[in-house]
Design a protein around this ligand. Structure first.
Ligand code: SIN
Ligand code: FE2
Length: 217
């Protein structure tokens, strides 16, 4: 996406909803690219199908996951980590589509992180009732890079807390096309997703799809 200066300022005014220093919701930032993104995701998951992974504690995650990029986030009894190959197939993860990488970079730039070049994208698929408990994204060695999170399909309540798990999280409604960016002082803040409520979205049916772009190498 390119803008002239006026458009850039105008869109910033329309999109920006600060959460706290370092974190912002860019309302509907990905809306114009929704079909493109969903088509790209469909292609990725034909090569690396959604799967329910196991936490180190032995619980099955309620969100189904896949990844694209040079690394994918995985969890099993051995722990949480990034892997260069898909453990299900032994093959490299599908490439991160350039259009997705650009959208993430442009969201990061709009949020005040101008040099973000993600190399990993975790794809979460939430069915009705699926959730994600409060956690920190801390498996990335470079904590200077932000996290860019794109929401598609069914709405969700995003929980955004602080540096300690006990801090009561804010509850932020996210709908199709919204993008959340967190980094800097908020990079390690706990966050999660409340159980997805029943609904049907015209593009994703009974699912919410979330993409989180990360810089891993
Ligand atoms: C995550 O923290 O990996 C997912 C966040 C979300 O689904 O909005
Ligand atoms: Fe996360």
């Amino acid at each position: 996406m390119t803008f002239n200066l006026f458009e850039e300022e105008e869109s910033r005014r329309l999109w920006h909803e600060p959460i706290c220093p370092g974190a912002v919701v860019l309302r509907q930032f990905a809306l114009a690219d929704d079909a493109l993104m969903l088509t790209a995701i469909k292609k990725v998951v034909t090569q690396a199908p959604f799967r329910h992974m196991i936490t180190p504690g032995g619980l099955t995650m309620s969100a189904a996951m896949s990844s694209c990029g040079t690394h994918g986030w995985v969890t099993d009894r051995r722990g949480y980590r990034y892997a260069g190959t898909d453990p299900e197939s032994g093959l490299p993860w599908p490439a991160l589509p350039a259009a997705l990488q650009q959208l993430a970079a442009s969201a990061a730039s709009s949020a005040g992180y101008p040099d973000f070049v993600p190399d990993a994208c975790l794809i979460n698929r939430y069915a009705v009732g699926a959730r994600m408990s409060l956690h920190q994204d801390k498996d990335e060695p470079d904590l200077d890079a932000p996290i860019v999170s794109v929401s598609l399909g069914l709405p969700a309540t995003f929980q955004f807390g602080g540096l300690r798990r006990e801090m009561k999280p804010l509850r932020i409604p996210l709908t199709h096309g919204d993008v959340v960016v967190w980094g800097g002082p908020a990079r390690l803040f706990f966050h999660g997703v409340s159980p997805i409520k029943h609904g049907i979205h015209p593009l994703t049916g009974e699912y919410r799809i979330n993409l989180t772009f990360r810089k891993v190498t």
